[in-house]
Design a protein around this ligand. Structure first.
Ligand code: SF4
Length: 348
């Protein structure tokens, strides 16, 4: 299970796809340190295996007492990852501090293979160079690194070049985030279903030759593509279970993923703005397990349209965030998926 906590919306960048529509300064009502401590205790109350905490933003490095929060999480046995923004605050010393604080891994964003392409998305010149330098430092200090890359119709043709570039990084994982048009991301275009399908097949072919894991974000139908490919190759069930994609089966917005905003609001993901409660008033565990919003996005048998009867719904289930962004219905079908499942005959 992954808990994403938007520690602050403060950020020096102004990325064109920013979900948070981040601002230069923190919101005056962002969760206090004491409220953050309570949230960490809530996370610990989930019990073993404890959720993995991802500290996001904005730029988490702009969050006051970030290192105290990391220490408190680690004391509770919670593993922590951090997703810093590529700003001049990101120094080698920062990485050394994160490493010394017991941070499990860091994630950086790289949305283009050249400075012109990446900086155009990030809207701040110089972020490409900072990202490349930061990736190098992560390797030098021994911090496992994930690179997040945005997938839109604007970036798709550059992805092979990004793949070649990230080969030079000391990389643990490459995560391809299929755009959800929320926040400032509404200015960009999602892939159409045919292009998305083509890209998922391309990713599937890359996996065996990549010296790092490759995953998709907000593209659970990739699991269908991977599963069908493994089946067509005659892979044994044990081999499928060992594949990296198998670990993500069934995980999607609200099911193994929960997002806590800088104001304490709880959502099934950072891209699905359907508030299920607030950690200022209720425990995260209570909201995650019992709120109507979360129950609805977990109930695959009651999804509407093809995701509701697709034979892959338990391992895929479609992006709830994209269904909501397009239709206003979090139980609708994921419009990026081109698959046409056969409707099972109704019981007599
Ligand atoms: S129809 Fe829905 S559940 Fe089936 S593969 Fe596509 S997105 Fe997944």
């Amino acid at each position: 299970m992954l808990v994403y906590w938007e520690t602050t919306q403060a950020c020096p960048l102004a990325c064109r796809h920013c979900r948070a529509s981040a601002m230069p300064m923190p919101h005056p009502l962002q969760l206090s340190y004491a409220a953050g401590e309570r949230l960490l205790s809530d996370i610990a109350s989930f019990g073993a295996p404890l959720p993995h905490l991802v500290l996001t933003g904005g730029d988490p490095l702009k969050r006051d007492r970030l290192f105290d929060l990391i220490a408190s999480a680690r004391d509770k046995g919670i593993k922590v990852s951090v997703t810093p923004a590529a700003s001049p605050s990101l120094t080698k010393e920062t990485f050394e501090q994160l490493k010394a604080a017991g941070v499990d891994s860091i994630a950086l964003s790289l949305d283009g293979s050249t400075a012109a392409l990446h900086d155009d998305i990030r809207q701040v010149p110089g972020t490409f160079d900072i990202t490349l330098q930061a990736a190098k430092w992560a390797g030098e200090v021994g911090l496992p690194l994930q690179i997040n890359t945005l997938v839109t119709d604007e970036t798709a043709s550059d992805l092979p070049a990004v793949f070649e570039l990230v080969h030079s990084f000391p990389l643990m994982r490459w995560s391809l985030f299929f755009l959800i048009a929320v926040g400032r991301g509404q200015q960009l275009n999602e892939l159409d279903p045919e292009r998305a399908e083509e890209l998922m097949h391309w990713i599937q072919k890359l996996v065996p030759r990549a010296p790092f894991q490759i995953k998709t974000t907000e593209a659970p139908s990739y699991r269908r593509v991977a599963s069908e490919t493994m089946k067509s190759l005659g892979m044994h069930a044990d081999e499928v279970r060992k594949s990296s994609v198998h670990a993500g089966y069934g995980i999607r917005d609200g099911n193994g993923i929960v997002f806590v905003s800088h104001l304490g609001q709880v959502y099934p993901s950072g891209f699905l703005p359907l508030e299920a409660g607030n950690v200022r008033h209720k425990s995260l565990k209570e909201i995650y397990q019992n709120s109507e919003v979360f129950k609805r996005v977990r109930d695959v048998d009651n999804f509407e349209g093809k995701c509701g009867y697709c034979e892959f719904r338990r391992i895929c289930g479609g992006s709830r965030a994209r269904a909501y962004a397009h239709t206003g219905n979090p139980a609708g079908s994921d419009p990026i998926c081109s698959y046409e499942p056969i409707r099972e005959p109704a019981m007599a």
